[in-house]
Design a protein around this ligand. Structure first.
Ligand SMILES: *Cc1c(COP(=O)(O)O)cnc(C)c1O
Length: 341
C-alpha cells in the first residue's frame, strides 16, 4: 500500500480522495456515469435541491478482509432504499445495477484508501442524488446528479465498544407522522440539528426521538435505529412509518434470530416500559452498534445494562455483524459483494 495514513486514528471527517463517480439525468434518462477527479459540483443557483430539499443520500462501507481483498456489505439494499426515497421525492430511480457498479468503481479507483484489516477502519461511501437545473417554482427538477464519493473512516469506538447516554426531548420531532421520516433525505437531518445540539450541550451523545403522533413510543436516534434486548431472549426494534429503515437493523434482526437463537420482533417500544429491556443499543452503518447506557426523559433517568459496561448480547451481535462485514464469519447469501481490483 502506497498511501500512509494514521489508520488507527481516523475519525469521521471528509477527505478529498482522488476519484468520485458522477452521472447526470437529462431528457428522461441517465447519461453514462464517469469517474472524475473534480470534487466540486457545478449546479444552477436555482436547483430545487438547494431551495426545496429535493435531494437524498445513502451511506455504506467497503471493508478490507484478512486476505487483503475488499468487499461491500449489502449495497443492493442501499440501492433499493435510495429508489424508495427517490419515489417519495419524485426523483428518478438509480437502477440497482448502476448503483452497485458505481460503488465498486469508486472503491476500486480509491482502493489504496481502504484501511488495512485489523485497524477497524473502513472506506465510507456517500451516494448523493440531487435535483438540479433552472427551476424556481415548487416542482420536481428535470435534471439530476447522482454522485458517490468516499473517505476512509475510523473505528467509531477507538477503545472498544462503549455505552453512552441519550436524551429524549418531547418538544422536538425529527419527522412528521406521514412525512419523510422513512426517506433518507437531508430535510430530516436539518430538523434534527437543533435538538441534537441541545442534547450534546447537555452531555448526551444524541437524541432518541419518540413517535411524532403520540410521543409514547420510541422511534429512533437521529441517525441510527433503536433496539432493545429482553430477559426473555427477545430482540425488539420499533416499527413505524416515520422511522428510517436501517439496513444494519434488518441485518441484526436476521442475525439475532438465525445466529443467536433469539426471538426477533418489530413492534412498539413504549417509553413507559423501558424497564423490560436488559440491554439497548443504537445501530447504523456509521456507528455499527452503539450500546445505550442510559436514557434521560424529563426527570427520569433510566439505565439499561450499565453506563460503563457493554451487555453480553449487544457484544455478541456486534461481533457477529462485524465478523461478517470484515469477512471473518460466513455471510448469509447475498450479503457480501466483492470489489475487483
Ligand atoms: C442512515 C440512517 C440510519 C441507519 O441506516 P443504516 O442503513 O443502518 O446505515 C438510521 N436512521 C437514520 C435517520 C438514517 O438516516
Amino acid at each position: 500500500m502506497t498511501v500512509n495514513l494514521d489508520w488507527e486514528n481516523l475519525g469521521f471527517s471528509y477527505m478529498k480522495l482522488p476519484y468520485r463517480y458522477l452521472a447526470t439525468y437529462k431528457d428522461g434518462q441517465w447519461q453514462e456515469g464517469v469517474l472524475t477527479e473534480d470534487a466540486t459540483l457545478h449546479i444552477s443557483e436555482s436547483s430545487p435541491s438547494l431551495h426545496y430539499g429535493q435531494q437524498a443520500f445513502e451511506g455504506l462501507k467497503a471493508y478490507r478482509t484478512k486476505d487483503g481483498s475488499i468487499q461491500l456489505f449489502r449495497p443492493d439494499e442501499n440501492a433499493k432504499r435510495l429508489q424508495r426515497t427517490a419515489d417519495r421525492l419524485l426523483m428518478p430511480q438509480v437502477p440497482t445495477d448502476m448503483f452497485v457498479e458505481a460503488c465498486k468503481q469508486v472503491v476500486a479507483a480509491n482502493h489504496e484508501f481502504v484501511p488495512p484489516y485489523g485497524t477497524g477502519g473502513t472506506l465510507y461511501l456517500r451516494p448523493l442524488l440531487i435535483g438540479v437545473g433552472d427551476i424556481i417554482g415548487v416542482k420536481p427538477a428535470d435534471e439530476y446528479i447522482f454522485t458517490i464519493f468516499a473517505m476512509p473512516v475510523g473505528n467509531y469506538f477507538k477503545g472498544g465498544l462503549q455505552p453512552t447516554n441519550f436524551l429524549i426531548q418531547d418538544e422536538y420531532d425529527r419527522a412528521a407522522p406521514n412525512g419523510t421520516g422513512a426517506a433518507k433525505v437531508g430535510g430530516n437531518y436539518a430538523a434534527s440539528l437543533l435538538p441534537g445540539k441541545k442534547a450534546k450541550t447537555s452531555g448526551f451523545s444524541d437524541v432518541i426521538y419518540l413517535d411524532p403522533a403520540t410521543h409514547t413510543k420510541i422511534e429512533e436516534v437521529g441517525s441510527a435505529n433503536f433496539f432493545g434486548i429482553t430477559a426473555d431472549n427477545e430482540f425488539i426494534t420499533p416499527i413505524s412509518p416515520s422511522i428510517l429503515p436501517s439496513i444494519t437493523k434488518y441485518s441484526l434482526l436476521y442475525l439475532a434470530e438465525n445466529r443467536l437463537g433469539m426471538k426477533a420482533i418489530e413492534g412498539d417500544v413504549l417509553v413507559d416500559e423501558l424497564g423490560k429491556f436488559t440491554e439497548a443499543g443504537a445501530c447504523g452503518t456509521a456507528a455499527v452498534i452503539s450500546p445505550i447506557g442510559g436514557v434521560q426523559h424529563g426527570d427520569d433517568f433510566h439505565v439499561f445494562y450499565s453506563e460503563t459496561e457493554v451487555g453480553p448480547v449487544t457484544r455478541k451481535l456486534y461481533d457477529e455483524l462485524t465478523g461478517i462485514q470484515f469477512g471473518d464469519e460466513e455471510a448469509p447469501e447475498g450479503w457480501i459483494v466483492k470489489v475487483d481490483l
